[in-house]
Write a protein that binds this ligand. Structure first.
Ligand code: ADP
Ligand code: GN1
Ligand code: MG
Length: 360
């Protein structure tokens, strides 16, 4: 632990016992996450926030505190909400010696976190987790939240940034991505549909998580029931279709987000139905119009994520962590394959959603 980057961060926090180990943990693409264990056996999640992504750590941490308190007030199980540990001087986060922002959560004990559903019930439980999250925050004053990443799911704005990266071509990679760029640009009109409905007020603004990957859900290790959701950095005002859609993008996919063999990548209609049933059960207050837009959320969140991966590939891999040179390009390709598959299954996705929305 002597020379590690967290060395000067740890001593800022109030904790139970003395740290004995601290290891990199999880598969997130953005923050640096460590599992910290003390000599009393207590475990914590220590995180260094990615401050080039999150420019307002103070506002972000105020969001996290307000949201976790609100959720904690609504559930009896202490594992139903994340618990932040303050610094010795009562702050929500610490600054390391390089100015980095660090925070310390209790580890959610007796839990598991999956990269892909092992059973349909796991995916159903993730729908319960994200649906419950949105339901619990239905009475939270959304306007008091800081916008931690402005325009996060503003798909037209993601297109604007993509076009800029394609034109700038700082790494000379544009010549490698012709088919992918064509795929993106051919869908530009439809890509703006949710944003137009948000701007016109046709869809209500809700408090949304905005990063509803399966690996941001904790399940009980024994019962495998939903416990809570983690990764609250992007909780902001948004649309129900964002949270629903991003979950489908990641969890209803038949292959990993970075699978190279695209023939393995499809959107499972069975998983789609499973998730939709869980989400509508846990979050019954959606308007009819919101329910109708859920399939669109799945398609557009997937397209948007592919656009973001492709943009990052063009820009030289400056945003998402990569583990191989073409990682972002591989990720973009899986997302476009998924979008194409959703286009094929579009009528079925809508029929399933409508049937479940009618309670059948
Ligand atoms: P990132 O923004 O990099 O995705 P996350 O907050 O999602 O960071 O954390 C990365 C991983 O660490 C999660 O996918 C989850 O497996 C694990 N994790 C995060 N917070 C906790 C916690 N409080 N208890 C247990 N595991 C956690
Ligand atoms: C990032 O932080 P993580 O790994 O849960 C990203 C999401 C993307 C996702 C793609 C703050 O999520 O928006 O959908 O990667 N988070 C941020 O896997 O940009
Ligand atoms: Mg995460």
């Amino acid at each position: 632990m002597e020379n590690a980057i967290y060395k000067n961060a740890i001593h800022h926090f109030v904790m139970d016992g003395e740290p004995v180990s601290c290891e990199p943990y999880g598969c997130g693409h953005i923050n640096h996450t460590f599992l910290l264990t003390t000599d009393t056996g207590k475990r914590y999640i220590l995180q260094m926030l990615n401050d080039s992504v999150f420019r307002d750590p103070e506002g972000l941490m105020q969001n996290v505190v307000a949201i976790t308190r609100h959720i904690a007030s609504k559930c009896s199980d202490p594992r139903g909400s994340l618990h932040l540990n303050p610094t010795v001087d009562g702050k929500l986060y610490a600054r390391g010696d390089k100015g980095n922002v660090w925070r310390l959560y209790d580890f959610v004990e007796g839990s598991i976190c999956l990269q892909a559903p092992e059973t349909p019930e796991d995916f159903y439980q993730s729908a319960i987790a994200f649906g419950t999250f949105q339901q619990q925050l239905a009475d939270f004053p959304a306007e008091t939240l800081h916008e931690t990443i402005p325009n996060f799911h503003n798909t037209p704005d993601r297109y604007r940034i993509f076009r800029e990266a394609l034109a700038a071509d700082v790494k000379g990679r544009a010549k490698e991505v012709g088919p992918e760029a064509d795929f993106v640009l051919a869908r530009e009109e439809e890509a703006g549909a949710l944003q137009r409905m948000r701007d016109s007020g046709e869809l209500p603004t809700r408090v949304t998580h905005n990063d509803t990957k399966l690996n941001n859900v904790m399940l009980d290790a024994v019962t495998r029931k939903a416990l809570c959701v983690v990764d609250l950095d992007t909780v902001m005002p948004g649309l129900a279709a964002y949270d629903f859609g991003d979950s489908i993008r990641f969890g209803a996919a038949t292959a990993a987000e970075d699978e190279k063999d695209l023939s393995k990548m499809e959107m499972s209609l069975t998983e789609y139905e499973t998730f939709t049933r869980g989400f509508l059960t846990a979050c019954p207050g959606l308007t009819e119009r919101e329910k109708q837009t859920l399939p669109l959320g799945a398609k557009l969140m997937t397209l948007e994520c592919g656009v973001r991966f492709l943009t990052d590939y063009l820009a030289g891999d400056v945003y998402f962590s990569i583990h191989r040179p073409e990682h972002n390009l591989d990720r973009a390709r899986t997302q476009f394959k998924l979008v194409a598959d959703m286009e094929k299954k579009w009528d079925e996705m809508n029929a399933i959603t409508a049937r479940l929305a009618r309670g059948e």
